[in-house]
Design a protein around this ligand. Structure first.
Ligand code: N01
Length: 531
């Protein structure tokens, strides 16, 4: 006997928690959330690696929907640590009594559209199935961990970890020889912390990354009081920005500034720390010359920080524009390579050949290690959904429909998959913005639409193919008006062998996108077809 709900939500991270709150408390729906982990938090539940922090500022990287929450919660640092963000998610769950409708340690393995009755049959890993009118995917953009298929990996006799599946009890690296493979945001945060503990750390780097100093610090009582007094205004302003966080306006287009003005602007942003550096010039991500100036400044800093010129040269990113692979933010990353117990091995021209019982072999050179840490990233944006067996109308599988790249209308829904809403799906600003902001906008839009569908007695809705094609074309066109597609990034699917090279997120900005979604709603949910 299956259970019946109005809505199933997949995942209890920031998106799933807010979806539950909106659909259950504001719309009065019967909702169940399924979550693989044994608590709430999503990304912040899984990513417990040393040094894990958010690189969006904590005062912005938090919910806006509950003004009392803004007053009762106090962030301790400019960039919050993973334990603090996890505690925040737990606090929100407690405050809104969310856990009672979340089934933990339960993975959704399938979702099958039932034409008769216009409902989804959702399959769970314990064999149970439940029925729901709507399915809301809150699976996250970076939750399907990726470990490359290195020959011999299964023979390795030591400890193996992925940053995205870190053991709850932590890992003691004391006295151990450690390999970290991967130098994206996760690796760049973990490497300085692991280096402090390990007997020796060898970093295997394929593509050097641009990283900016975080200049993290505690927030003062005065700052907190000021932010809390202005929170309603700050929250409203966040939604009017492209990225969802408040930043100083650019100094101008690079070409409109003198060389001294450019230099001063870059120095100021570098000194301030954080990802705001990317906003120094208005055209940093659209004009290669402007981008080159910002990139060269960082390369100079790398050479200034790293004592060994050969190591500095290896760490220097040279073959893609700054910011077109996700910009990294660090604490002492480059300086870590000055330590005697840290070695950098470039695997750019000589890939990792194999992993053996006791280490990693590159170009015939063998490094003996006790621990391997994979900081090798994720099958981003499409991976989490494609790992679920989702079958829409006429048995169409989502992963087959997306074989040549994801196809959605607004990043929220996909033709042939009625009543399936995707929070921060491919084709929405998502990973190019403050995720909490993007999540709130999506969940509110979805809840508004579901309320309307219920009021009008509409059983099923899906995007019209023409509207979807138009949106996919637009997402692509906007991306190609920027420098983003010039990098082999996970935004492009380039980190996964065989994945189609399509720029997945929407570059147009959260503000522009929010307006598009509002117009679609105001025009009778233009682009959707109802049955
Ligand atoms: O993953 P990544 P991540 N051999 O894909 C390398 C968010 N995040 O977990 O660049 C050797 O960026 C790969 O090399 P290459 C943020 O959005 C945020 O670090 O593909 N190396 C790369 O160096 C971020 O962008 C925060 O050539 C291999 C690394 O592994 C996203 O999550 C913190 C390889 C993977 O880097 C993902 O970050 C952490 C191979 N076969 C994450 N395969 C904050 O907010 C892959 N690599 C701070």
């Amino acid at each position: 006997m299956s259970n019946t709900y109005d809505a199933v939500v997949i995942g209890a991270g920031f998106a799933g928690l807010y979806a539950l709150k909106k659909l259950r408390d504001d719309l009065g729906l019967s909702v169940v959330v399924y979550e693989t982990g044994d608590d709430v938090g999503g990304t912040w539940y899984w990513n417990r690696y040393p040094g894990a922090r958010c690189d969006a500022e904590s005062i912005y990287y938090s919910y806006s929907f509950d003004p009392e929450l803004d007053q009762s919660w106090t962030w301790s640092e400019r960039f919050a640590t993973q334990p603090e963000i996890l505690a925040y998610a737990q606090y929100v769950a407690q405050r809104h009594d969310l856990r009672r409708d979340i089934r933990f340690r339960t993975r959704v393995v399938s979702a099958t559209w039932q034409e008769a009755g216009s409902r989804w049959e959702v399959g769970l890993d314990d064999g149970e199935t439940v029925s729901a009118r709507w399915v809301v995917s809150a699976v996250g953009c970076l939750s399907a961990a990726q470990v490359p298929e290195f020959p011999g990996l299964e023979e390795f006799a030591g400890e193996v970890y992925h940053t995205g599946h870190w053991p709850h009890e932590g890992v003691d690296f004391t006295g151990k020889r450690v390999a970290v493979i991967g130098t994206g945001s996760s690796g760049i945060q973990a490497i300085p912390e692991i280096a402090k503990q390990a007997a020796h750390l060898t970093v295997f780097q394929r593509t050097p990354n641009f990283s900016l100093p975080a200049r993290n610090r505690p927030l003062s009582e005065e700052e907190i009081a000021d932010v809390k007094a202005r929170y309603p205004e700050i929250r409203a302003q966040q939604r009017q920005t492209a990225g969802g966080s408040l930043q100083a306006p650019p100094a101008g287009k690079a070409a409109d500034l003198t060389t001294e003005q450019q230099r001063r602007a870059l120095e100021e942003r570098w000194a301030k720390g954080g990802p705001g550096y990317m906003g120094t010039f208005a055209d940093c991500l659209t004009d290669r010359t402007a981008n080159d100036i910002a990139a060269e400044f960082v390369r100079e800093r790398i050479h200034e920080i790293v004592e060994d010129p050969e190591v500095a040269a290896l760490l220097e990113p040279t073959d893609y524009p700054i910011g077109t692979k996700r910009i990294c933010v660090d604490t002492d990353y480059y300086a870590t390579f000055n330590r005697d117990n840290v070695t950098l091995v470039s695997v750019k021209d000589r890939p990792i050949e194999r992993i053996t019982r006791d280490g990693v072999t590159v170009g015939g050179d063998h490094t003996v290690v006790d621990v391997i840490v994979f900081a090798t990233g994720y099958d981003a944006m499409t991976g989490p959904l494609n790992r679920i067996d989702i079958r829409g109308k006429d048995g169409l599988k989502l992963r087959d429909k997306w074989r040549d790249g994801p196809r959605t209308y607004l990043g929220i829904a996909s033709a042939g998959f009625p009543n399936l809403f995707i929070v921060t799906g491919p084709g929405s600003p998502s990973v190019l913005s403050n995720m909490v902001c993007a999540i709130e906008q999506h969940v509110e839009w979805i809840a508004g639409y579901v309320a309307k569908l219920r009021a009008d007695g509409i059983a099923a809705t899906e995007p019209d193919r023409a509207a979807e094609d138009q949106w996919v074309g637009h997402v692509n066109e906007v991306a190609h008006s920027t420098l983003y597609p010039q990098a082999a990034s996970w935004y492009m699917g380039a980190n996964i062998p065989g994945k189609p090279r399509i720029f997945m997120p929407y570059v147009g900005g959260l503000n522009v996108y929010g307006q598009v979604c509002a117009d679609v709603a105001a025009n009778g949910y233009r682009g959707f077809v109802h049955t």
